[in-house]
Design a protein around this ligand. Sequence first.
Ligand code: SAM
Ligand code: DTB
Ligand code: SF4
Length: 332
Amino acid sequence: MAEWREATAVRNDWTPGEVRALFGRPFMDLLFEAQRTHRRFQRPNAIQVSTLLSVKTGACPEDCGYCPQSVRHATGLEPAELLEVEAVADRARLAKASGATRFCMGAAYRSPKPKDLRKVIAMVRVVKDLGLETCATLGMLTAAQARELKDAGLDYYNHNIDTSPAYYPQVIGTRSFQDRLDTLQAVRDAGMQVCCGGIVGMGETPEDRVAMLHTLATLPAHPQSVPINRLVRVPGTPLADAPPIDSFDFVRTIAVARILMPRAHVRLSAGRAEMNDELQALCFLAGANSIFYGEKLLTTGNPDCAHDARLFERLNLVAEAGPEATPVAAIG
Ligand code: SAM
Ligand code: DTB
Ligand code: SF4
């Protein structure tokens, strides 16, 4: 097996053996190394704060086994059409006032239709004008759609690989792993920043986690944001009864992501509502430096804002300054 060696530069030639060796390190050694990498490449006590809004909810034709928004799963979710631009602007103003620097608009599409894309573009423009970083997640994009979004001022596009290439077909049947890589390529080519990560706790093996992080860390360029989601097990989805991932294995996944992609923001994403403060602190120590802030993710719950503000205060964490270079201030 390949020996793990300390990374002195940002690399995208990691081998599966090296990634496996990182996962196999004693927990304390791994955390120490992740924190060392974190301090070399990131601000140790600053957290990037994003707020999510579902701009089009449910009735999605895709069959993603984890997702409450698929029309194929009986989750009781009430679908909602694409929101009006002014309604999105109102939510973005609130997000900014509460300390978020990035506003992420999520839509339950396989891929956006031309009419929908025009409306999303109008949303991107108003959110950008508020001085927020903009992010969208709308499913698959063509190269031309990616360029249109970039021209409208979209800073980030979120599109996750979700899991390993080998486990992927057991979770999603309606689009391939390669389709995802193609969209990521279109986003990179358009000059947007890439937000790409995955989900753990879907019944995958440790080797699937190795392969997922290896795929992310060997993309032509590392994603600028890497969301690590812990599966939210929603009743009615095929993965409702997936065995929960051990908390320390979750922390290991964060730590390995931090070491492999030292310049990326690693986001502690879905699943925080089921984590206690101590586990979240361990994730921050392992190198997570971004969260979704706000009481809802897309359709499921997230910790309440007062609780997060208190957590930041207790851990002396500050919110990273946004694009308008406002002073770094504690959220809340
Ligand atoms: N429809 C678009 C797509 O799939 O690309 C955008 C929205 S989709 C909900 C965005 C991401 O949310 C998914 O790729 C998945 O990683 C994450 N996600 C969805 N349901 C989740 C759940 N129950 N637990 C954790 N993450 C989830
Ligand atoms: C990501 O990686 N996680 C977010 C965001 N990107 C779009 C979505 C999490 C969704 C969790 C389930 C829900 O709330 O519907
Ligand atoms: Fe649709 Fe996205 Fe959910 Fe898949 S993850 S079912 S594409 S909303």
